[in-house]
Write a protein that binds this ligand. Structure first.
Ligand code: ADP
Ligand code: AIR
Ligand code: ASP
Length: 284
């Protein structure tokens, strides 16, 4: 097989060129980082689970009309996505107080927020992804007002839908981080799509009954059983059989992991991949 060109290596994923100019391959690594990469580890099997979870959630979001970059699963660690120009904003939407919100404002962890709280962070590792507001975003040209409105509207829908989806399987969606990207159509029209990933690396999920944390906070705060938390989420979503695909000690049942991707691709084929609803033309 011809060697693929690596375009970028990030903290959790590697991006390779795709089969054509408009696509990329996202490879999900087992690497985990936290606190702006000050804390690092390898969590065996994390990439496989995040690839599966993100493919599934993106597919579900497409089914309710949210345009995403996801095209199809390739293998247990890789998925084909549309190449986008990433909007350099990390949009965080919170339902329950946790993490940096508690630290910054002295709110008790677990406080239910009266309404989902949207925050923006400037995606810049060197600056530690600082919290910013709409004025910063517009003034510095990271996104225009129209794009910002569209991203916020999409985030509310995504959050509402995922909150319902997770509560149906006994999990509380505490918060999640979203990234969006731009694609230009044949006639120069702009499309905004959900990009990157949705996985326990970038959302918080607590068991509704026990309150147990199941996401990357297990790694951030040394709670132990990190992969077990991710696997539990995948199991609840029906993506891995009971007992999971990752055994104690981190060995992956590779055969099982590969066949699971075939199922996801059947789902992807059912979707009309080209159907992205055009946005209104931008005013220049
Ligand atoms: P980081 O860059 O923060 O270390 P990752 O390791 O997850 O993060 O690397 C994936 C990178 O690819 C991220 O910077 C993300 O913004 C970018 N990305 C995600 N989806 C796409 C896409 N469809 N097209 C182009 N870039 C993307
Ligand atoms: N997040 C933010 N930057 C990187 C990530 N992964 C996610 C966290 C959490 C939410 O955004 O995983 O789900 C809010 O994070 P914090 O640290 O601001 O409370
Ligand atoms: N992924 C980011 C980092 O490596 C933030 C985090 O998840 O805590 O620092």
């Amino acid at each position: 097989m011809a060697r693929r060109k690596q375009i970028y290596e990030g903290k959790a994923k590697i991006i390779y060129e795709g089969p054509d100019q408009t696509t990329l391959i996202q490879y999900f690594k087992d690497d985990a980082t936290a606190f702006n990469a000050q804390k690092k580890a390898v969590i065996a099997g994390k990439g496989v689970l995040n690839n599966r979870i993100s493919a599934h959630l993106m597919t579900r979001l497409e089914s309710i009309g949210i345009p995403t970059h996801f095209l199809r699963s390739v293998n247990m660690r890789e998925q084909m996505v549309r190449k986008v120009e990433i909007v350099p904003i990390e949009l965080v939407i919170r339902n329950v107080a946790a993490g940096s919100l508690c630290k910054r404002f002295g709110v008790n962890e677990g406080t239910i927020l009266g309404r989902p709280l949207v925050e923006f962070y400037y995606k810049n590792d060197a600056l530690g992804d600082p919290l910013v507001n709409e004025e910063h975003i517009i003034t510095f040209g990271w996104a225009d007002p129209y794009e910002l409105d569209e991203m916020v509207a999409m985030s509310w829908r995504i959050n509402d839908y995922l909150q319902g989806l997770f509560s149906g399987i006994g999990l509380r969606l505490v918060d999640l981080k979203l990234e969006f990207g731009r694609i230009w159509g044949e006639h120069g029209e702009l499309y905004l799509v959900l990009a990157d990933e949705i996985s326990p690396d970038n959302c918080r999920l607590w068991d509704m009954k026990s309150g147990e944390k199941l996401d990357k906070d297990r790694f951030r705060f040394d709670l132990g059983d990190v992969i077990e938390g991710y696997q539990y989420i995948a199991e609840k979503l029906g993506l891995v059989p009971p007992g999971g695909i990752i055994n104690k000690g981190g060995s992956i049942n590779e055969q099982l992991a590969e066949t699971l991707d075939l199922i996801e691709n059947e789902l992807a084929r059912e979707r009309k991949l080209k159907e992205i609803k055009p946005l209104k033309p931008r005013k220049i």
